[in-house]
Design a protein around this ligand. Structure first.
Ligand code: FCB
Length: 445
């Protein structure tokens, strides 16, 4: 971004994001313990093609290639997550020095390449040992998260100045505990409400734990925020469903963390788990808000559903990505503006990207649709900035094609094509497009 176009001291941050379970593989290497995703993937029929993250991109062994790719891309920052079960194989108790050393090496190599490490502590791979004592349904897990945050921050804070507590709490909670489709695979309204509150508490305790180890670090929290729209506008059941779904999806975690209270409809469900002092413990000062955004989502009324809402369909004529997600860049602009007004925190777009069933032909991956999508969304972000949203960075999802949760390896989001049988990485055309856009800045000039 041209320095003259802004009074801000820090330059705009361009980056890419990944997460541990989606890329690392090496699930049995160097003392890593099992995570809830290892077990979840073992049940036939849950994941597309019955894929697992056992090997994924083999990043645990091939990470030097990935750092080199990022250097070539020209990003200034890399957001990755630490696998809790690599560091504390059972979730608590003895530390695994080899697991922690992996993130040490990665951090050093990034810094040497001129890339700032952004460390996210939780991108969904809870240690299985903690699941066995109740996982997020158990209040005690919040304290275990703070202990884990202490260990990681103590080790990395001499070199890492950006930490995030959680990735998309609202998403793993709703799919993991209410709707199904993600680990730990529970569908129970009471469990869902307990887990919401305990993850929020873990965030607040985690912020304090990181701050105690790394007083100069900039601590953030990452949420997937997107408009929840009624499947049939004007239909009362769908309008009500969209409002409830939106309160849970978009606000059940950020509101208590940044504003100090739950949305009314969520409060009614979580109230029984809230103890005196909890809201103050959850609402701790943070330095930035990460927003992940791909598209709006749709809701429809469903009287049989526990909270009265179900997934709705996007309009049939909406433009869609290769995996069927609606393309609606203006919803990104309004999301950034709304989040800016609601929370008043500096914003970093920590994920945005396009999923497609890409193919490799003659050694190349031609993906003009992805460059077009990214261009539309970066332009929409530029409009939000021009209208006053305090957006300070943009991270594309993702560096590499990777294990896309329930879809397995079928949905490709990478700027780099993964040839899974060989582990070969092939930069797609969109990689070159993004490298060029980074040079030109978000305004495109
Ligand atoms: C987000 C997740 C990320 C990835 C993208 C496509 O919700 O944070 O891990 O799966 O979607």
């Amino acid at each position: 971004m041209p320095a003259s176009s802004t009074a801000r001291a820090a330059p705009f941050v361009w980056g890419v994001s990944t997460s541990s379970y989606q890329i690392e593989g090496g699930v049995d290497l160097d003392g890593r313990g099992p995570s809830i995703w290892d077990g979840y993937c073992r049940v036939p029929g849950r994941i597309g093609n019955d894929d697992t993250g056992d090997v994924a991109c083999d990043h645990y062994r091939r990470w030097p290639e990935d750092v080199a790719l990022m250097k070539d891309l020209g990003v200034g920052a890399y957001r990755f997550s630490v696998a809790w079960p690599r560091v504390l194989p059972d979730g608590k108790g003895p530390l695994n020095p080899k697991g922690l050393a992996f993130y040490d090496r990665l951090t050093d190599a990034l810094l040497e390449a001129g890339i700032e490490p952004w460390v996210c502590l939780y991108h969904w791979d809870l240690p299985q040992g903690l699941q066995e004592t109740g996982g997020w349904i158990a209040r005690d897990t919040a304290g275990r998260f703070a202990d884990y945050a202490t260990v990681v921050a103590r080790r990395l804070s001499d070199r890492v100045t950006r930490f995030a507590t959680f990735n998309e709490s609202g998403v793993f909670l709703i799919f993991g505990f209410l709707l199904g489709g993600q680990a730990p695979g529970i569908r129970d309204l009471t469990a869902y409400h307990a887990a919401i509150h305990h993850v929020n508490l873990a965030h607040g305790l985690g912020v304090d734990a990181i701050r105690a180890q790394a007083p100069r670090a900039l601590i953030g929290d990452i949420h997937n925020i997107q408009p929840v729209l009624p499947e049939t506008p004007g239909r009362a059941e769908d309008e009500a469903a969209a409002a409830t779904f939106g309160a849970y999806w978009n606000a059940a975690c950020p509101d208590p963390r940044f504003l100090g209270h739950y949305p009314a409809v969520v409060h009614a469900g979580v109230e029984r788990f809230v103890r005196p002092g909890d809201m103050a413990a959850i609402c701790r000062p943070v330095d930035w808000l990460g927003i992940n955004h791909y598209s709006p989502i749709y809701a429809k009324g469903d009287a049989a559903a526990p909270l009265g809402f179900a997934w709705g369909a996007a309009p049939a004529d909406a433009p869609k990505s290769g995996i069927g997600w609606p393309i609606f860049p203006d919803a990104f602009r309004t999301t950034l503006l709304d989040a800016h007004r609601r929370y008043g925190l500096p914003i970093y777009v920590t994920e945005n990207g396009m999923g497609h069933d890409d193919v490799l032909a003659d050694g190349a991956c031609r993906d003009p649709y992805r460059s077009e999508y990214l261009g539309l969304y970066v332009d929409a972000m530029g409009r939000a900035v021009a209208e006053g949203a305090d957006v300070r960075g943009y991270f594309a999802w993702s560096l590499l094609d990777n294990f896309e949760w329930g879809a397995g390896y079928a949905n490709r989001f990478g700027l780099v094509y993964m040839d899974y049988p060989t582990g070969t990485r092939v930069p797609k055309d969109s990689f070159r497009w993004f490298a060029d856009r980074i040079r030109r800045g978000w305004s495109g000039r």
